[in-house]
Design a protein around this ligand. Sequence first.
Ligand SMILES: Cc1ncc(COP(=O)(O)O)c(C=O)c1O
Length: 367
Amino acid sequence: MIPIARPQMGDEEKELVWAVLSSGSLAQGARVRELEERFAAFIGVAHAVATSSGTTALHLALLGHRIGPGDEVITVPFTFIASATSIIYTGARPVFVDVEEGTYNIDVGQIEAAITPRTRAIMPVSLYGQPADLPAIAEIAERRGLALIEDAAQTHGAAVGERRSGSWGAGCFSFYPTKNMTTGEGGMVTTSDPELADRVRLGREHGMRVRYHHESLGYNFRMTDIHAAIGLAQLAKLPAYNARRRQIAARYDAELRGVITPHVTEGMTHVYHQYTIRVPRRDEFVERLRERGVGSGVYYPIPVHRQKPFVALGYGEQRFPVSELLAGQVVSIPVHPSLTEDEVAIVIAAVNATAVELGPIVAGTPA
Ligand SMILES: Cc1ncc(COP(=O)(O)O)c(C=O)c1O
């Protein structure tokens, strides 16, 4: 079976981790600081704050903007649940806006209608490796006096023009093992706002700047030096990993038939955290791929507003027609950098044969 993800750990990771283990200093320290500096430089921002996960990065970025009870944050329902749970953790309310059918990202044209006097921030999710329309969202955020917190969990190295995902407002990355780079578990908040970075740091370590002097309520959302050591090795390899992902995606774009392939907006650099297609009779499609030896993943089968913890928000069933449509049609196929050309050919043959068997898929949202 060709797996949907295959994290790659080499001698570089092992040596750096071993050095940390041998030093006896395991918790947040010099390796975390080094990863923060290198990641900030890579994204093109002044500050990066390492966290225990992408979820805690989102939570801290929201708290860093002093978002809490009574506030609203605009985001999408077609995402991993952590985008929205991080908003709930602060006591604020997620307000959902549907996504676009082409890019799977937030429909910018619908954002302004969702803004109320309680709105404090817009949280676009840059899904599957392609940035949301960050320049347009930044323009709305600035004009309406709102914070921009990008869920960049899936876009390490993606860009709009020359400018990287994570460099508008606050960027929140995840280093979960299946991501384009990993630390095992981990995350990062990126920003060029020094005051926001300071508040995120405080929130990360018990509101403490001077040992055992606590200025504010905080958490232990730190990354360890063991995790940062893995991240340093991975960050050095990220450009090559992303280049390989893009090379495989280009082959899929050229050779897949009978399915809807990803739409990349002109000027965007997509880093293909996932290569996500839309297929007919999706659940059967997934099963036939499996029979042909190809693993796949459905990200995500149920939009967030219909997940049990969110039902109380009262959105009902069919409020977001594009999210619903995509949730029923998307499937991600292997695009990780360790795939061989032979494996890529097997994936292409399996998708194309299954598409012939299950019939054509048509673009467009049913009325
Ligand atoms: C879009 C999105 N947001 C948030 C997260 C949360 O990241 P983590 O799993 O590191 O907490 C993830 C990753 O799983 C994600 O894909």
